[in-house]
Design a protein around this ligand. Structure first.
Ligand code: GLA
Length: 740
């Protein structure tokens, strides 16, 4: 899959889907030639044109005014000797200069993928890796670029390592995990901005001249900007158009740059955010930047998402549960908040059992003397009498009813009112002599410190082994401020935010490996850390604290651009919604929640028999279709970002089953009749819905569609249609593939 043309000095990574080309140019500069649909061969057509441009310096050869770094597309550009665009790396040398001239030195090709110690990463046997070593011969700084290509996937994983082979210490002020230059092309930018309770709202914008910076400096990948973007051709749809996706496998601060220069070329970068970042690299040491996953589709967004899903599910998530059906759970948070005792939990448990729930999750408030959100974080043990009979007893009670038992923890935080804080006030992120900013009355523990990690490890290990726990919700409920470690020297303070994430990854690695039978769900005030880094340790994420179905349609749709359904927790909650005060039917709430990993989050003891029966039926239906939903093909049909309605479907891998959900936002007076055209079906198969009312070929369902809006149903109406293949048409049709 990887070749090097000795004559043309061209690297070619290719499989049946994509090609990626680079060339060693004048003075051993590594240029970027091409990334896109697979090419069977390369004839040097892309050699970048040479042209004299005013104000473009002519390093390396003063006599050759036709060549300049200012315009050349490059693989890992630096600043200061001719290229005025954003550099991929910034190094401050001991003499105060920022000089760095990277030149191709040598390369290696290997089967598989080298290990990125301590960081989340993709894996896979059917892969090959090209390692290119660039070197600054003045300073002896070496930059190692890794490119892994997977068989049959239009995905390439890239990462960067910096080695200090000099005798002087350098400061790394920026190390982008990828830099990718595109020659003049017509692109738009698709990304997933948002905020608390409205995560991953899709936005597609024009790319202006200058640079667009997408960033999180919150110490977490954040609700506000997912570490992902894509370049798409204008008018790219679900099934047509080119799309280039970039996904950082990292959970901390990040920055993406999309820069359009005066020659209409586009430079893209993604990596750790350089704000407040500075890594002291002493002689003989190396720095490993997080990995980036590049995906490409020339059939629109569906194919882009499918590639992400396939890589995340098969080459990133490691949990025992990755291929297992996930249980229907009930979580007591929105049911009780902090106001619970044993009797209240037991009443919910009884009802949960009756309606077919499979796991009971005890959320915040079971530990220390935590009766509100002001205390006890850090003390991961129960006080006597918090829950009558104790936690162990309650876990047994849950298990005796035939349900699994799960628990909530927020290990990275500490309350001032806790034993841990009283014993170790210096364990938080805080600048000496200055007050630390509280958030939700809590402080961030300094996970860059080994003793902090060790303490949490021992406390959690004890908790997970002394009680029968099947599931853990790992929360993180504020962002990082006062980024200073009381353990590190002044020259290392720029490393703290990244060292924190490395410490967190270490802790998660230990606990998830030691407790492989626990199903871990990641959470950060909902979806504040919904990223590929966390998925390496925990196979699912609490998508958002917003459980209002109308908001959730957009949140889940936006999330699905990158992340598979098997990663998205979705719960049926009470009305009016705690987040929006909106009233919606059980039908609509369950249709939205059943489009993810279904859970319930409401006080069942307060529901009428009628509502309980409805929930029971919804849970039964979900279980019947669970494999289809959690592991089938997910197909977006109508975007809530473009319409007053939305629709999506789940199709079994053999195309014999299809479950469609349609959601209307506001009822229009005298609405147009609208055909809902399904996608991804076998055109020659005959499908029938459960009531037998609709019976049509896949081709008809896809090209003629099903009428919606035939009646006025009111706001927030939704329906589900389940089709099964009941036969085949014999005449010849052209084959329609998934997503088209
Ligand atoms: C966060 C989570 C919620 C809940 C609360 C408990 O906000 O996202 O689901 O667990 O914390 O404090």
């Amino acid at each position: 899959m990887i070749s090097f043309d000795q004559e043309k000095h061209v690297f070619h990574l290719s499989n049946n889907k994509v090609s990626y080309l680079m060339q060693v140019e004048e003075d051993n500069i590594l240029s970027h030639l091409y990334y896109g649909p697979a090419l069977p061969s390369y004839s040097n057509l892309r050699k970048y044109p040479r042209m004299n441009r005013s104000f473009s310096p002519n390093l390396p050869d003063a006599q050759n005014r036709l060549f300049s770094l200012d315009t050349l597309p490059q693989e890992y550009p630096t600043f200061g000797s001719g290229d005025f665009r954003t550099p991929a790396i910034q190094v401050r040398n001991e003499d105060g200069s920022y000089a760095l001239s990277l030149r191709y030195d040598y390369h290696k090709i290997m089967n598989g993928k080298p290990d990125l110690t301590g960081l989340p990463q993709t894996f896979g046997e059917n892969s090959e890796t090209l390692i290119i070593f660039l070197k600054d011969s003045f300073s002896n700084i070496q930059v190692q670029l890794n490119y892994t290509i997977f068989q049959n996937l239009s995905g390439i994983a890239r990462s960067v390592q910096v080695h200090n082979h000099s005798i002087k210490t350098i400061q790394l002020e920026k190390v982008s995990s990828v830099s990718l230059d595109f020659a003049k092309e017509d692109f738009e930018l698709l990304h997933l901005p948002g905020g608390y309770s409205r995560e991953r709202m899709m936005e597609t914008t024009k790319i202006p001249y200058g640079s667009v910076k997408l960033t999180s400096n919150r110490g977490a990948s954040s609700h506000h900007q997912n570490p992902f973007f894509a370049l798409t051709r204008p008018h790219t749809t679900e099934s047509t158009g080119d799309a280039f996706g970039f996904l950082l496998i990292y959970s901390g601060n990040h920055e993406s740059i999309i820069e359009k220069d005066s020659f209409d070329q586009i430079r893209t970068q993604i990596g750790i955010s350089p704000l407040n970042f500075c890594w002291e690299l002493t002689p003989g040491n190396s720095f490993q930047a997080p990995e980036v996953l590049l995906t490409y589709s020339n059939h629109g967004l569906h194919e882009l998402s499918s590639t992400f899903y396939e890589i995340i599910e098969n080459h990133l998530v490691r949990s025992n549960y990755k291929k297992q059906e996930r249980p229907v759970l009930i979580n007591n948070w929105e049911a009780t908040f902090f106001d619970f005792d044993h009797a209240r939990l037991a009443r919910i448990l009884d009802r949960a059992k009756e309606i077919g729930v499979e796991m009971f999750v005890l959320d915040d408030g079971w530990f220390g003397h935590r009766d509100d959100d002001r205390s006890s974080l850090g003390d991961w043990f129960e006080y006597p009498n918090k829950i009558a009979g104790g936690l162990n007893h309650f876990s047994q009670e849950v298990h005796d009813k035939g349900l699994k038992f799960g628990i909530w923890v927020e290990p990275e935080m500490v309350s001032e009112d806790s034993i841990l804080f009283q014993e170790h006030p210096d364990w938080i992120l805080k600048v000496p002599e200055r007050p630390a900013a509280p958030g939700r009355d809590q402080f961030v523990l300094d996970l860059s410190r080994q003793e902090v990690q060790d303490n949490l490890y021992h406390q959690l290990k004890k908790l997970f082994s002394s009680i029968e726990i099947d599931y853990v919700k790992w929360d993180m409920n504020r962002n990082m401020t006062d980024i200073f470690s009381q353990r590190l020297t002044s020259s290392k303070q720029g490393e703290v935010a990244h060292r924190y994430i490395l410490g967190l990854y270490d802790l998660l690695e230990k606990l998830t490996q030691e407790f492989p039978n626990i199903l871990f769900e990641s959470c950060a005030g909902g979806g504040g850390r919904f990223d590929a880094g966390m998925l390496y340790y925990m196979p699912q994420v609490w998508t958002s604290d917003n459980t209002d179905p109308v908001s959730r349609i957009k949140i889940q749709y936006g999330t699905s651009i990158v992340y598979p359904i098997s990663t998205m927790g979705a719960h049926i909650a009470d009305v009016p919604s705690h987040q929006t005060r909106r009233n919606t039917s059980i039908e609509t709430r369950s249709h939205v929640a059943s489009s993810g990993l279904l859970g319930l989050e409401l006080d069942l003891a307060k529901l009428s028999i009628h509502d309980l029966n409805m929930l029971k039926e919804k849970i039964r239906f979900y279980k019947e279709n669970r494999t289809l939903i959690q592991f089938g093909y997910f197909i977006r049909i109508l975007s809530p970002f473009e319409n007053n309605d939305a629709a999506w479907s789940f199709i079994s891998k053999d195309q014999t089953e299809c479950l469609v959900y349609y959601f209307q936002t506001l009822q229009q007076p005298e609405p147009a009749f609208k055909p809902l055209k399904l996608r991804g079906l076998d055109p020659n198969a005959i499908y029938q819905n459960e009531s037998g009312e609709i019976s049509a070929s896949g081709a008809e369902l896809m090209h003629l569609g099903i009428w919606v809006n035939q009646q006025k149903h009111g706001d927030f109406y939704s329906f589900a249609l389940k089709f099964k293949k009941i036969g085949e048409i014999n005449n010849e049709h052209t084959n329609d593939t998934l997503g088209k």
